[in-house]
Design a protein around this ligand. Structure first.
Ligand SMILES: NC(=O)c1ccc[n+]([C@@H]2O[C@H](COP(=O)([O-])OP(=O)(O)OC[C@H]3O[C@@H](n4cnc5c(N)ncnc54)[C@H](O)[C@@H]3O)[C@@H](O)[C@H]2O)c1
Length: 379
């Protein structure tokens, strides 16, 4: 990605770099930088973030790991055909896609991989360090946007790939963001290492659709003293995420975050479940229904139903860019540990913080202001 050499540049190392979200991140960043599209959906481009000292979009350099070898321009072509990317954009930013593609290294473990966990962590960390050195980057943020893994297998099972990458990020001296429900830095081994590292981290699982609505509606029911009797939800989606979530163990990891939002905002866990159905024909387009049964005055029974129809990668990509910029700046100002103030972005936030979206937004803006007040930071 082209950028002024006089300004410090920041790396964004994407785990799952050839996926839908990652491809939309790289394409979108280049398109907005070139003035081809406005930064719709990027909270960090709104006035409240002007003085926060965040790296400019034009100063971000992309690389990453993936276990697939489909070239990024081809992925962008497929996303254009699916209506995720607008026509012409992938062609207009072909040079930036090709540059990011050259920085993608083979991930792992792949089937038949004989490397030990220690060898994998060393290899991943080496790739990240090499990227930072070759591009003379000020720092890099590692962002997990790889396929959702099955829910935790317990502390004695082999480390999940997401945790190997999280440990590699720490080894390479990078801040870390987990945009997925996978274990990553939540694994006890990584959590202990993160505590010692002095590096900031954020996560987990981006809040882009159904859970975003739940974080608004949950506080509404609680503040109006209405009793929620049941809250049920169904999601239909395709694409790589739909296929990964067809595995009940992976879906369980995802649904735990969706249910946490209700428990935190309502103070109780209402009856009802969340289902995720893989519908390959829908591609990246998701439909999420929620059915909320609640009691009003004198026990009068009522129902609210919501229908969310979104394009998942278009919802996620601006948030990934926001998170990379905020976490890089947090690292620059010397912050370490879980960044609870970024709970606005996540279903299952790390650290301390409120659960309703309104309060989460206020906490985020306060955090952004504090990043700007840091006198040590160089921006
Ligand atoms: N789109 C959203 O709104 C949204 C919201 C929250 C979370 N997420 C999460 O973001 C992630 C990415 O979603 P997507 O739609 O881009 O999925 P995708 O299937 O298109 O992309 C995932 C990529 O990860 C790669 N991958 C799998 N295992 C890997 C490994 N061990 N090492 C390196 N790469 C690996 C795959 O090859 C693929 O290219 C998912 O976990 C999803 O749950 C997405």
């Amino acid at each position: 990605m082209s950028a002024s050499l006089s300004r410090p540049r920041v790396g964004v190392w994407l785990i799952g770099a050839r996926g839908s979200v990652a491809t939309t991140v790289v394409t979108g960043c280049a398109a907005v930088t070139a003035g081809l599209h406005p930064p719709t959906g990027m909270v960090t481009e709104t006035p409240a973030f002007t003085g926060s000292g965040l790296p400019a979009l034009s100063d971000l350099v992309f690389g990453g790991h993936d276990t697939l070898d489909c070239p990024l321009p081809k992925r962008a072509e497929a996303l254009t055909a699916g209506g995720v990317l607008p026509p012409g954009v992938a062609t207009a930013v072909a040079a930036e896609l090709a540059a990011a593609d050259r920085e993608i290294r083979p991930g792992g473990p792949t089937p038949g991989d004989t490397r030990s966990e220690a060898e994998l962590i060393t290899a991943f960390a080496g790739d990240i360090r090499d990227f930072v050195h070759r591009h003379e980057l000020e720092r890099a943020v590692v962002v997990n946007v790889a396929s959702t893994e099955p829910a935790s297998q317990g502390p004695h099972a082999p480390l999940p790939a997401s945790t190997l990458y999280a440990l590699a990020a720490l080894r390479a001296g990078c801040a870390y963001v987990n945009f997925t429900p996978s274990e990553g830095m939540h694994h006890p081994v990584a959590a202990a290492e993160a505590g010692r590292s002095g590096l900031p981290h954020a996560g987990r699982d981006g809040k882009t659709g159904q859970t975003l609505l739940r974080a608004v509606l949950g506080p509404m029911f609680a503040q109006r003293a209405l009793t929620v009797r049941a809250w049920s939800g169904t999601n239909l989606l395709g694409g790589g995420d739909g296929a990964a979530l067809a595995d009940p163990a992976a879906a369980a990891a995802k649904n735990a975050g969706k249910e946490r939002v209700l428990a935190d905002t309502l103070g109780t866990v209402p009856e009802g479940e969340v289902h995720i159905d893989d519908v390959p024909a829908l591609g990246d387009w998701k439909t999420a229904w929620d059915h909320i049964a609640f009691d009003g005055f004198l026990g009068t029974r009522m129902i609210l139903q919501t229908i969310w129809q979104g394009c998942d990668s278009a919802l996620a990509a601006p948030l990934v860019l926001d998170l990379a910029r905020l976490t890089a700046r947090a690292h620059e100002t010397g912050l370490s540990g879980p960044l609870g103030a970024l709970g606005f972005y996540f279903k299952d936030p790390v650290g301390e913080g409120p659960s309703g979206l309104g309060e989460q937004y206020e906490a985020l803006v306060r955090f952004a202001r504090s990043l700007g007040e840091d006198k040590e930071g160089r921006r």
